[in-house]
Design a protein around this ligand. Structure first.
Ligand code: K7E
Ligand code: CUA
Length: 663
């Protein structure tokens, strides 16, 4: 039996290694039936029915699509600079990307989660994780802009994140790479992994009114790789589940050494119990360093604060808080059914899908049905927690989502398909090919208590032959399936920005009417705002020059600026005076080692510029804003360092001495 399992597993491994073409389905081009076009057609001028928030993977951004059309609506910069929007380039947004390591212009965003109330999407915020330099971001869905980013100490490869409790009490983040804790000497031999490396689970609290995040506490865990997680809901509210791999605690050649065990673990965390320990003062205060960055909508300015302490609960000492139960072969996804009763583990190398029962888990805990413990954490017996196994589901299960009819949908990376199965009898009901190598998948509302079972989207890693060739790298891709019938039906392919991982599909009605149209200029508290053209000015302060400038269709005020000298540090503080929807102005100046600014109506943004030569420097509006957009421009004159050209600025009055404007 064991041998047979090994054979099956090694053949899976071989398929993994051989790559993609091995599992390319035949007749890929004919897989779409004729009515697909009607199902995805959204007539010009009509809105889509759903928003689809999609992770941008190594682009570090999050994108927004309309479904069922697949139309790209917006790319929201989160962890990477975005020159299109000036994010990370303007003085106001630079602090958003500050970390304890300094300013970081990039990260890798894998998972998105909408905020929830009573286990349902509430349309307020969407959260994203930074994998590389561990952080969690909150995006405000009134503005579709990143509002807050918090860094996580004691962490590395923040992958099992940001998963959310059913009332958004906490956003949780588990470390994928275990590392020596931040207050310990990290300068140790790598092969002392077992002694020195620790895993950490972070609980970030979210304030009900304004979404403000705080690092409430962390739980120190054994040095495993915490891959994915999900909050319990309904009956399992109060618990969190994390898949763990590398329970072998290997520190090299993980593809072999972390695939030794027949079973790894899912870790169940009783977070209500953790709260009790925290209240009872059982936490240890640890000195750490992490950045907490907040964008203030009144000042239109981000601030970054370095925090220096976190409270850590130790899973080794504090009982009844963490439990392990075995899960076959390097589990990746760890997903919880709509009722909260079933926990689905997806072992990347497993030939079956285990479904665990929360009820059985609680009973097994009560009966102390343990097979041992690991660093003080009890290990429950597999059979005592198992509800049942889905047999022969396909190869390489990764993630599972749910519908409202008692079915589950699991992505199969190796066999390139989505497999639909019934949660009660664990029978496979349908399978649909993906093109190719599906990673995450998403059902509309698929992680809520009441999924909307209309659409499923598969997010694929490989698109060979699906799109026109674009050189060595081909587009990443999503595929839309109609899941209203018994059979899943592929109805659309659409390319994505960056590598898509997790996504969320939410009814448009929940969000679209709350959209902010513009910022009120009267409420603008930016330190450098000009609330009208009459208050614009140019102020020299030693070698620093502040230019207070306004933008309104179709001119800047002032638009003639003289008296800037070599060696000056110049700040253009541009206020967009428009009070109307969808009228941003852009701002760029020749030779600037910076991106443009893109300033929303009523907002002030600042571009820092250090002129590198004497001469004439035009600036202009970069966003086509009116018929006279091309006229929306100006000049800055830069003189030598010792020059005696005085500061002067004007709009419409700096005319030739003897001529004047010809009327
Ligand atoms: Cu893409 Cu969630 Cu990073 Cu699976 S992970 S595919
Ligand atoms: Cu303002 Cu173009």
């Amino acid at each position: 039996m064991k041998n047979l399992k090994n054979i099956v597993l090694s053949s899976i491994a071989a398929t993994l290694l051989l790559g993609i073409n091995a599992c390319k389905p035949k007749n890929a081009g004919n897989a779409v039936s004729a009515d697909a076009a009607i199902k995805t057609y959204v007539a010009p001028g009509k809105y889509d029915e759903f928003y689809n928030f999609v992770s941008g993977g190594f682009s570090g951004q999050m994108s927004v699509y309309g479904l069922p059309s697949g139309r790209l609506l917006k790319v929201m910069p989160v962890f990477s600079v975005d020159p299109e929007k000036g994010y990370g380039f303007s003085e106001e947004t630079k602090p958003m990307l500050n970390t304890s390591h300094g300013f970081i212009p990039w990260d890798d965003l894998h998972h998105v989660q909408l905020s929830k109330t009573n286990g349902e999407y509430d349309g307020r915020w969407v959260f994203g994780n930074a994998n590389n330099t561990p952080r969690v971001a909150r995006i405000d869905l009134k503005t579709f802009r990143t509002a807050e980013i918090i860094e996580l100490p004691n962490s590395a490869g923040n992958h099992s994140s940001p998963f959310i409790t059913e009332n958004t009490e906490y956003v949780v983040a588990g470390t994928r790479f275990s590392v020596p804790p931040d207050d310990k000497n990290g300068d140790v031999p790598i092969n002392t992994y077992k002694q020195n490396f620790k895993g950490t689970i972070s609980f970030i609290s979210v304030a009900k009114e304004d979404g403000k995040m705080e690092l409430a506490f962390q739980i120190q865990c054994p040095g495993f790789n915490f891959d994915l997680s999900r909050a319990g809901k309904g009956v399992s509210n109060g618990w969190f589940f994390f898949s763990c791999y590398n329970t072998e605690q290997a520190n090299t050649l993980l593809e072999v050494n972390a695939s030794q065990r027949d079973k790894d673990f899912i870790m169940a965390v009783n977070w209500k119990k953790a709260e009790e320990y925290l209240k009872a003062g059982k936490g240890r205060k640890q000195a750490v360093k992490y950045a907490h960055n907040v964008y203030n909508e009144k000042t239109h300015t981000a601030t970054s604060e370095i925090k220096t302490e976190v409270t850590v609960l130790d899973s080794k000492e504090l009982k009844d808080m963490c439990y392990f139960f075995p899960c076959p072969k390097s589990p990746h996804g760890c997903d919880v059914s709509p009722t909260g009763e079933y926990i689905v583990g997806s072992g990347k190398l497993a030939a079956l899908i285990p479904v665990f029962s929360f009820d059985k888990m609680i009973k097994a805990i009560a009966a102390k049905d343990y097979i041992g413990e690991f660093e003080g954490i009890p290990i429950l017996k597999y059979e005592s927690v198992l509800y049942g196994e889905v047999k022969k589901p396909g190869l390489g299960p990764l993630h599972t989502e749910f519908d409202n009819k008692g079915n589950a949908y699991t992505s199969m990376f190796v066999s390139s398909e989505v497999v639909k199965w019934n949660i009660k009898d664990l029978k496979v009901l349908d399978r649909a090919p993906t093109y190719y190598s599906v990673g995450h998948l998403c059902v509309a509302g698929g992680d809520t208590k009441t999924p909307n079972a209309k659409y499923l989207v598969a997010y694929n890693k490989i698109t060979k032959d699906r799109y026109l060739p674009t050189g060595p790298e081909l587009s990443q891709s999503a595929q839309l399936y109609d899941i209203t019938g018994d059979k899943m039906q592929l109805i659309l392919d659409f390319p994505t920005i960056g590598e898509p991982h997790y996504a969320q599909i939410v009814p448009a009605d929940l969000i679209k009417n709350n959209s902010l149209k513009f910022y009120k200029i009267d409420s603008n508290e930016n330190k450098y705002v000009s609330k009208g053209e009459s208050t614009t000015k140019v102020v020299r302060d030693g070698k620093v020059v502040h230019i207070y400038i306004t933008a309104i269709r179709s001119h800047f005020a002032p638009d003639n600026i003289e008296g800037i000298k070599m060696g000056d540090e110049v700040y253009f503080h541009v206020t967009n005076l428009e009070q109307d929807w969808d009228v941003p102005h852009g701002f760029a100046v020749k030779g600037s080692l910076n991106a443009e600014l893109l300033i929303m109506p009523g907002e002030t943004q600042t571009l820092k510029w250090t002129p590198d030569r004497v001469g004439m420097f035009p600036f202009y509006c970069t966003d086509f804003c009116s018929a006279l957009h091309q006229e929306m421009s100006g000049y800055v004159r830069v003189s030598p360092a010792g020059s005696n050209v005085p500061i002067s600025y004007s709009l419409g009055t700096n005319l030739p001495k003897d001529e004047g404007l010809k009327k």
